[in-house]
Design a protein around this ligand. Sequence first.
Ligand code: PBG
Length: 322
Amino acid sequence: MYQRPRRNRRSEAIRSAVRETRLHPSNLVVPIFLVDGEGKKEQIKSLPVAYRMSRDIVLSEMESCMALGLDKFIIFPAVEERHKDTTATYSYMIDNFYLESCRLFKEKLPEACLISDVAMDPYSSDGHDGYVDQGRIVNDVTLPILAKMAVAQAQAGFDILGPSDMMDGRVAAIREALDDAGYYETGIMSYTAKYASAYYGPFRDALDSAPKSGDKKTYQMDPANRFEALIEGELDTQEGADFLMVKPALNYLDVIALMKENFSLPVAAYHVSGECAMLIAAAERGWIDREKGIHETLTSIKRAGADVIITYFAREWASIKV
Ligand code: PBG
């Protein structure tokens, strides 16, 4: 027996020398659920690691994250029902609480990287990511709405915009509108391969954004498909995306690897709410060690090829030593 792989596993000193994948806080993005008001920090029942927070609380949360080396935040608005309509007009009202808060965050923490959410669902009375006409999601009516939302977000100071809607042609529509308005430095992290997944439940609870009728299968991808992700990746690359995202992460590690092998753009992976909730629930029952589970999960997402990982565990991971 000349080859004994166990020799390189003998001690932590050796193991750490041959370790292929290392997570760093700079790989992680912290998701934030923002509500209007002051002094609000509300628990999300199905995701007991995240909160709906008002801007003042978010600001101190961001400060403590920055101290841990976490400097990227993806922000989602929880919009009151009375502001919702069929065309998501609230999304591009320049003084809405989401955009106003972004201005505040940029002013107080200029080094933080702020990532937005571009989609109609948080603002839509139908709860869909696109414009709904007689039960159908109409792609090309949605595009100019997304473009307006995007320009308003760039104007508010977001560094990177995150179209999560899966309409065809939206990256081009957003890129063009941004460039026309002079925001050529604002980046786009496109949700390139976003699947119609069962694992978004806690997120929809957090934002109260579940579709009022139907499902999202006519725009989000079929979980059975891998090569279709390459079509999406080619389009997003051509249309001017700066990051290609795969979402969810864990059930789609093969898709993350496929994207990394086939494209030169950085790959982001969204470790979604339901994936985090599963681990929390199992750990609560004592069935899985929470800290080790978090570390292994995030490491596996990076090992698959993700450069950037959006995860509700970012802060917890950064504060634990495994
Ligand atoms: C919708 C959006 C969703 C998530 C991010 N943006 C949910 C959906 O498509 O219904 C899910 C994220 C998560 O579950 O953590 N634009």
